[in-house]
Design a protein around this ligand. Sequence first.
Ligand code: UFG
Length: 323
Amino acid sequence: MKILVTGGAGYIGSVTAELLLDEGYEVTIFDNLERGHRDALDPRARFLQGDLRDPAPIREAMLDVRPDAVMHFAAYALVGESMDRPEAYFRNNVTGGINLADAMLAAGVKKIIFSSTCATYGQPERVPITEDEPQKPHNPYGESKLMYEKVLNWYRDLHGIDCVFLRYFNACGATAKFGEDHEPETHLIPIVLKTALGQREKLSIFGDDYDTPDGTCIRDYIHIVDLARAHILALQEGRAGAFNLGTGDGFSVKAVLDIAREVTGREIRAELAPRRPGDPPRLVADAGRAKAVLGWTPRHSDLHAIMRSAWEWQQAHPEGYSR
Ligand code: UFG
């Protein structure tokens, strides 16, 4: 099977491409390398450099490759940045996505697996969160992902494109080859580990007065290898619709810090800081549908195992990928 992976030089895309290649799929990566990294490109994949905001390169790529399915990771993904530059998020994540879907139509490609997010739910009314939770995003990032889900639903109804939306919770961890390298880094686990490495002086804990047992925010941390596996399962004939991808277990910021101290054997300085605006107190997935329909079970997402894999990668790549 031939798969076209957009954003395959990024964090989750690179690991999914790696898994696909390990399993014998033919992979073409389409990426503009704006935020992805050349060193995160699996050398076994064919690489086409292009930007989705321009309709021509993706159309050409699609007509050339004629993949059996598209896995679409390429997007901007920083909540804070989206509050400063909403237009960039709508242009890249929505307009770019429409160019991708139109290229699929031109080439007769009938299946897309789309990287969506729990940010489409905003502040959920019920936790654990099921796919039926109302989608009311609180930032342009989440909104852009929801808008593209809606666009694809119409392409499904009117053009017969099969769509799978995978709504990730907190992606983390690494493989031996590929890991997390964002600029700027805003995510908890890499920041904690950079502090352990001495690259940052301390971790700021954003608020300890939330309505949670230790007062810090709770998240559902899911290993990227488990996320990648869900994409491969979603390729099966007849799989369609939205799926939450998380473990169903929540860990507080303080719990993450404790596990990082245990795994690294380092002190890791931390101090209390004000709340970060927009952080929901608790985001935990009900991933029952992914289990029932995709046959998906997270196997790498024990938080100690996640931390070990991320720590190994950070130590091997203290400066991240070369720039
Ligand atoms: N946190 C800190 N200090 C830091 C960084 C993070 O205390 O230096 C806290 C945050 O306040 C939050 C938790 O650690 O409570 C996790 O924060 P991350 O930034 O790692 O992840 P988020 O839960 O904010 O974001 C994730 C994804 C987004 C997605 C969002 C949905 O990374 O892409 O979930 O809410 F949009």
